[in-house]
Design a protein around this ligand. Structure first.
Ligand SMILES: Nc1ncnc2c1ncn2[C@@H]1O[C@H](COP(=O)(O)OP(=O)(O)OP(=O)(O)O)[C@@H](O)[C@H]1O
Length: 472
């Protein structure tokens, strides 16, 4: 199937969103490994999705974000309208229908609405959901300026494709990370929308292996204030540090991320698919406890949907599952594939895509299949690893990287495998339920590992070329 990279249509300027963000920083020159791809979705379209798959941004998804944050209060209703408006715009963009009307999102209104919910004292009554009492708060620009020494470049601790992150200190001495959403190629309404998604999800989750929200601010730009992770990202420790990351820490990170994903997929009141599990999005707390961060692409999936179909396809090269980059199919197995790539990075110390644009999966799969520990293990580790753990991580990675999503284990099984519980990896039978029907429709049943590797490489070439063209 051909993969086509197309330019995204520009939408009309929206003054009020401009107003919200005009005080945010200038151009973000940083090139991100993230890509946006539009593909023809075979056998399905946004309009003909059934109950087992759905188009971008359902009403249910919106209301969950809204209820998780604000309950059904008067302020909440305003928020629902606000989020609905933004999401409607996103759907229109994806179907390339021109936008007709402007937004009614003024900076003043946004701040007022965020502020109204500051320091909520009561539990949120969400009917079928248990939402813990919020501990986050709304910050003013003055407070964030004071905390970050006026967003001093010396306090800059990280830059992604969408944000700059500053180290800050609150008046009570608490050290925090202030994530300031920056201008980039993304359109403003999408930026606000992904900010709200990230805010809604991060405010809702509560697990030692997921980022913890301290507060937010829409005063002079869009900001999230989260717990500071003193060791930075896994990517910086694996690829940027002079010293080799000890195996003990690598294994702790692998297991912790698996437990965090198990929580997101299975233990949250609503299933959350992260969609951007990468080494840059795993942060390390004081004791190297990993924390899954950056929920800007995350999705809520209602129980009755097996899948979610999205386009354009956004993610990080080298981590995207074949059914996702070919057909836009999103479910837990999308994250599980990305987790398999993350395990490979942990084992090998290599990037998911190297400087010659070669995929780590392509290089490592034969070694995993032959259980070739000697050639796959990061040479900088020497012999300093637990061979039992290494073998478990390798066999788990191989299972997670299966080209057929149905054949990948779920996150509960992944945790067991990494812990060495519940025996060997079993060869899974193809299911004959709804999921298999979906996959048949997408030609994945006959899709071989070799086809996958070829398509993966072609996909990366296309998107990287597109990125280079945009940068030129
Ligand atoms: N809480 C934190 N503590 C310490 N460092 C952080 C924290 N949050 C983010 N960072 C640093 O900032 C970098 C960018 O953050 P983040 O991934 O959230 O930005 P982004 O623009 O959303 O990224 P992406 O390009 O994946 O969309 C991280 O890779 C990390 O190095």
């Amino acid at each position: 199937m051909s993969v086509e990279v197309v330019e995204i249509e520009e939408s009309p300027k929206t003054e009020s969103v401009d107003e919200i963000e005009k005080e945010a920083d200038g151009d973000n020159e940083l090139s991100s490994p993230r890509g946006v791809l539009e593909v023809p979705v075979s056998g399905s379209s946004d309009s003909d999705n059934s109950s087992i798959s759905s188009c971008e941004s359902s009403g249910s998804e919106r209301s969950v974000v809204h209820r998780a944050l604000f309950g059904e209060s008067q302020g909440g209703l305003h928020w629902k309208n606000f989020i609905d408006t933004i999401k409607m715009k996103s759907v229109r963009r994806f179907t390339t229908i021109p936008l007709l009307s402007g937004y009614d999102i003024s900076k003043k209104n946004l701040i007022k609405k965020l502020g109204r919910n500051q320091s909520a004292d009561d539990d949120i009554d969400c009917g079928d959901m248990v939402v813990p009492k919020p501990s986050w708060r709304s910050f003013s620009r003055t407070e964030l300026v004071a905390a970050t020494d006026n967003f001093n470049s010396e306090k800059l601790i990280g830059k992604g494709g969408h944000a700059e992150v500053y180290k800050g200190c609150l008046p009570d001495g608490q050290v925090v990370a202030v994530k300031r959403i920056t201008k980039n190629t993304e359109k403003k309404e999408d930026r606000v929308s992904s900010y709200l998604t990230e805010l809604g999800i991060i405010a809702h989750i509560n697990h030692p292996n997921a980022a913890k929200l301290i507060g937010f601010s829409a005063d002079g730009g869009l900001h999230l204030v989260v717990q500071f992770s003193p060791h930075g990202s896994l990517a910086s420790l694996l690829h940027g540090a002079n010293e080799s990351l000890a195996w003990k820490i690598r294994f702790k990170v692998a297991l912790g991320v698996a437990e965090g994903l198990q929580y997101l997929h299975c233990e949250c009141p609503r299933r959350i698919i992260h969609r951007d599990i990468t080494a840059s999005n795993i942060l390390l707390a004081e004791d190297y406890e990993p924390q899954i961060s950056d929920f800007g692409l995350a999705k809520w999936l209602p129980e009755k949907w097996l899948h979610h179909i999205v386009h354009p396809i956004e993610g990080t090269f080298g981590y995207m599952a074949p059914e996702y980059f070919m057909h836009g199919i999103v479910d837990e197995k999308t994250d599980i594939f990305a987790f398999g790539v993350l395990l490979l990075e942990i084992i090998t110390g290599h990037h998911a895509v190297d400087s010659y644009r070669q995929s780590l999966v392509m290089w490592a799969k034969p070694l995993l299949e032959n259980s070739n520990v000697k050639d796959i293990a990061d040479p900088s580790l020497g012999d300093a690893y637990d061979s039992g753990e290494m073998k478990r991580v390798m066999s788990t990675a191989l299972a997670c990287l299966h080209h057929l999503p149905d054949m990948r284990p779920n996150m509960t099984r992944v945790v067991q495998l990494l812990r060495g519980e519940g025996g060997q990896i079993e060869v899974k039978q193809k299911s004959i339920g709804g999921r298999a029907i979906i996959l048949d429709a997408c030609d994945l049943e006959n899709y071989t590992s070799t086809c996958y590797l070829k398509d993966l490489n072609r996909h990366m070439q296309l998107v990287l070329e597109e990125n280079n063209n945009m940068a030129a």
